[in-house]
Design a binder for this molecule. Structure first.
Ligand code: HEM
Length: 327
């Protein structure tokens, strides 16, 4: 594999002497004012609208490093307990909550189940806190709102890190593909430069783009990627779906195809070098979520691939392989 430019960029990036998350000082110039913390809802729907009540996790409930799943759980759209997430549960609640298609829910849910340390004997499910498992499939370094695993907390929302993303949106009311792309790449470059254990494989490269595509798609528009910034902030900062601000699930579904197309646009805007042999898009996104090498289509993660056989995530594998290998 040829040398990858993110390492160089990382080395050239401004050196930061300490990890973020040690304090919540708003150091960056031009950062938007912090949102007030939301009040928990006590009834099943708000007086001002017909949407599911929100409250953060309570004793015995668990949450994840994913603002999307946490928000859905906080509204009890996905199980509020944060436990026992199966593929059928995910297909249903991601559809109802965010209009995410079954194709994506099946493959990302399979990768989630792979984070369960004992998926076969205990059943094909995961609990949200199992998603903290680092570098196995989904959880990775250089996140938008979480610190790297090296710091000891890759799970909790980190205001300092998130502020470094928000700084890119200074003066804007909407998140957009070009700006989101630069904010994401800055997070990768920053951690590459300062985290001695930074890891960033092609799997994480693709999934990290996918996560940026997810917030733009579900808080805004899966085609244009334009999302009101206040909606995005509600998702990350309060882990709350922004119904009260006027948000409704997008009418256009978020699918593997829409995410793949947006990943491609995000990469074009970031200018980041693509790992050798990888063709960004729907098929490489699906490939990494079912344990295949995104460049060659070969099985790379045996445990994940075995799970994908059981959950139905292999789907149109023939098409995926053909597209990856060009054969
Ligand atoms: C079964 C479904 C899902 C699973 C298993 C899952 C899992 C994860 C995990 C493990 C992370 C942490 C990655 C990291 O280390 O940064 C993550 C991040 C993320 N997820 Fe999800 N996710 C799912 C669905 C969704 C959905 C539907 C959304 C829609 C908003 C979403 C939005 C995000 C975003 C924006 C991040 C990036 C957070 C950051 O970088 O700070 N996810 N997800």
């Amino acid at each position: 594999m040829k040398s990858v430019s993110f390492v160089l960029v990382g080395l050239l990036a401004q050196y930061a002497s300490a990890f973020p998350g040690m304090g919540n000082m708003r150091k960056e110039a031009g950062v938007l004012p912090r949102k007030p913390v939301a009040e928990p809802a006590s009834t099943s729907s708000s007086a001002s609208g017909n949407y599911p009540a929100w409250h953060p996790a309570q004793k015995g409930e668990v949450r994840s490093p994913c603002p999307g799943l946490n928000s859905l759980a906080n509204h009890d759209i996905c199980p509020r307990s944060g436990k026992g997430y199966t593929i059928p549960i995910l297909i249903d609640c991601l559809k109802r909550g965010l209009n995410v298609g079954a194709d994506f829910s099946t493959v990302v849910g399979t990768a989630g189940i792979a984070s369960n340390p004992n998926p076969l004997p205990s059943g094909l499910y995961f609990d949200l806190d199992m998603l903290d498992r680092h570098d196995f499939v989904i959880e990775h370094d250089g996140s938008l709102s979480r610190a790297d695993a090296t710091t000891g907390d890759n799970h909790s929302f980190n205001q300092t890190i998130w502020d470094s993303v928000l700084a890119y949106y200074s003066g804007m009311t909407d998140a957009t593909i070009p700006v989101a792309a630069k904010a994401r790449y800055n997070r990768i470059s920053t951690e590459a430069a300062r985290d001695p254990n930074f890891s960033y494989s092609p799997v994480q490269f693709i999934l990290s783009y996918g996560e940026t595509a997810l917030y733009l798609s579900t808080m805004g528009d899966p085609i244009t990627g334009v999302a009101p910034l206040e909606y995005v902030r509600s998702l990350f900062e309060e882990e709350k779906l922004p119904y009260e601000l006027g948000w409704q699930p997008p009418k256009v579904p978020t699918t593997l195809a829409s995410l793949g197309a947006m990943v491609l646009q995000l990469n074009a805007e970031s200018g980041e070098t693509i790992p050798e042999g990888v063709i960004l898009g729907e098929n490489s996104l699906r490939a990494v979520l079912i344990g295949l090498n995104a460049a060659t289509g070969e099985i790379e993660n045996n445990a994940l691939y075995a799970l994908a056989k059981l959950t139905g995530a292999l789907g149109s594998l023939g098409g995926t392989l053909k597209s990856l290998t060009g054969s």
